[in-house]
Design a protein around this ligand. Structure first.
Ligand code: SF4
Length: 609
């Protein structure tokens, strides 16, 4: 095969065993890599009903056939497992040297099973895997862990690690690399912690085989050049995703005080221009000339990395309008290995629950020191922090007294940083995303704001499916960054051309979309199998707050989602996907996507039409 190495590395931590396994070319052609490989492996190999934090869960690092080839924005991998936060499929992608080195070590994916008796670090250098004692590392932050590992390895090796959040099984703990690159929102860090795995070091030295190396080099140079010539390149380098703060405020989608409002009085103080005043440099993923991580100096005079999602969730969503303090909270979240989006949600939930006197703790909007202490309590599972460490859905179930009204999530995963009181298509994007309420699969809000907010029309459903195919499908199985395409307008033809030069296989855009549908459908099947008879369309309904409590401020004052029209939109979505009224894929759909064996298995759990 060209493009793919054709080899997975399977590691059993309980037995301290690592085995390289060749896999069939048809797997590469049908599932491509990254999210596609992870979903297929979990569907085929994970026993249904497995406890996500048990040794039986599988933690997967998977890359695509373009990873490690020096192409623009290709330095990413997917980290996946059954999620302890949602009980369904979980993954996330990280831009990291680990992606490049995993492929250069000769592996398209690493599958980690079992549980080490005591903390370990995996050291994978080309074909040799070592299990290093990590007892001295346990308790260290992700930054300290990587700094120490860097001293005893080549500087540009790839490192991924967990912090105290993952060690203490916080259910929204992530995996961190390179001081601020995070991945695996639905608790992939906790899965790593449950296996006593503190970090993985990747060091590889061989380039993956490619079909047309010269053409690939030329296309790579062309891609980098193209990006540099795009009209909004300079502003992108200046602010990255941060200009979205002002945009969200103008368009009334800025999560404010636990999604109760969509405009924030102090938005300007945490926006792109406020960030520029404390910015010192750019940081980013390997193989990228768009480096969108804004490195700033925070309120404790340390470096922190900012982007839109984490600033909003730890800023306006908790009522905090001081960019330096927001930066500090973000840096602490990265050090502890906590997902900043979910963290902003659980904090917002705690603040609202306290304001409504449903918990004894007295907490107040925008109080930096209170929130900072609570973040540490979450990471170390102390007091109220222990309750919040299980995510908003579980915390609300434990606290009771109507607090579920303030738990903002879909399928257990907390909402990303766009309010949907006046954005039905974005609400549908959250409700049908592959991992729970996440924005990455389909950032439809930008299009929806231009198209018109009030409609629940079929065109919105069509656009959503189109975006899910590209962003949740193609870019996730190729493990490529979405920004050149989404923000700068890099032409889609370029992607088909590089894929051909790398693999020697002609894959048209239509063929790639078809594979995307296959991957997203197998993920759907995974969720349904795990939820078994409990699966209903209610799993795809966004939080009730957006249907019940109108906005009281801003240009969209009075807005609220309409439940009946949303339901029609959801049913339309199911129909276009070839799913039944419960959101279960039909037998004919599974056959059409070439996964009829999935139908056979799924029938054991739900009736199929
Ligand atoms: S644009 Fe940002 S997220 Fe994308 S590859 Fe570059 S640094 Fe990473």
């Amino acid at each position: 095969m060209f493009g793919w190495t054709g080899v997975f590395l399977r590691i059993n931590l309980s037995k301290k065993k690592a085995v390289a396994e060749s896999y069939d070319a048809s797997l590469a052609l049908n599932f491509i890599g990254g999210r596609g490989f992870a979903a297929k492996i979990l569907w085929d190999q994970l026993e249904p009903g497995t406890d996500p934090l048990s040794p039986e869960n599988k933690l997967i690092f998977a890359a695509g056939p373009l990873t490690g080839l020096g192409l623009p924005n290709s330095g990413k991998l997917v980290v996946a497992a059954k999620s302890p936060l949602t009980g369904g499929y979980g993954d996330g992608n990280i831009g990291t040297n680990a992606a490049l080195h995993m492929r250069k070590a000769g592996f398209d994916a690493v599958i980690i099973e079992g549980k080490a008796k005591t903390p370990v670090i995996l050291h994978i250098e080309n074909k040799v895997t070592e299990f290093l004692d990590a007892q001295d590392f346990w308790g260290l932050s992700t930054f300290e862990t990587e700094a120490r590992l860097r001293r005893s390895n080549e500087r540009n090796a790839g490192f991924v690690s967990i912090g105290p959040g993952g060690e203490n099984l916080v259910k929204f703990a992530t995996v961190i690399s390179q001081e601020g690159r995070a991945g695996g929102r639905p608790g992939m860090g906790a899965v790593m912690g449950s296996k006593n795995l503190k970090a993985v070091v990747f060091q590889g030295s061989e380039d993956p085989p490619t079909a047309y190396p010269k053409e690939l080099n030329d296309l790579s140079a062309e891609g980098y050049r193209e990006i540099l010539t795009k009209p909004n390149y300079a502003f992108w380098k200046q602010q990255g995703t941060m200009s979205t703060v002002e945009w969200s405020q103008e368009n009334s989608v800025l999560p404010t005080c636990n999604f109760s409002e969509a405009v924030f009085e102090e938005a300007q103080k945490i926006g792109g221009f406020a960030m520029e005043r404390i910015k010192v440099s750019n940081r980013g993923c390997p193989s990228c000339n768009m480096t969108c991580g804004n490195v700033v100096i925070d309120s404790e005079k340390k470096e922190a990395e900012l982007d839109y999602e984490n600033v909003v969730m730890l800023g306006s969503n908790i009522g905090l309008g001081n960019i330096e303090q927001v930066a500090t909270l973000n840096r602490i979240a990265d050090e502890l290995g906590l997902d900043a989006i979910s963290l902003g949600n659980v904090l917002g939930f705690a603040l609202e629950t306290s304001q409504n006197n449903r918990i004894p703790e007295k907490l107040h909007w925008g109080k930096f020191h209170e929130v900072k202490a609570l973040i540490e309590d979450i990471a170390y599972r102390r007091g109220l922090g222990d309750v919040l460490a299980d995510g908003v859905q579980a915390a609300a179930a434990k606290i009771g007294h109507g607090s579920a009204d303030w738990a903002m999530h879909v399928k257990g995963l907390e909402i990303s940083a766009y309010d949907c009181h006046a954005a039905p298509a974005m609400a549908l994007s959250y409700s049908t995303s592959s991992i729970g309420a996440h924005h990455k699969d389909a950032w439809i809000i930008g299009w929806e704001v231009k198209e018109g907010r009030g409609s629940y029309g079929e065109n919105k459903v069509d656009k959503l499916i189109e975006l899910q195919r590209v962003r949740g499908g193609i870019l996730e199985y190729l493990t490529l960054c979405r920004f050149p395409l989404a923000q700068l307008g890099l032409e889609i033809e370029w992607y088909s051309k590089v894929l051909f030069a790398a693999t020697g296989t002609e894959l048209t855009w239509n063929a790639l979309n078809y594979i995307a549908d296959r991957v997203l459908t197998i993920i759907r099947a995974f969720w349904i199998r795990e939820y078994n008879r409990e699966w209903t369309k209610e799993m795809d309904i966004p939080p009730l707050r957006w249907f019940k409590e109108p906005l009281t401020k801003g240009p969209m004052k009075g807005s609220i989602l309409d439940p009946a029209r949303f339901d029609i939109m959801l049913q339309n979505y199911y129909k276009k996907r070839g799913w039944d009224q419960r959101g279960v894929p039909k037998k004919a759909t599974l056959n059409k996507l070439g996964i009829s064996n999935v139908a056979k298995e799924l029938r054991k759990y739900v009736s199929l039409s």
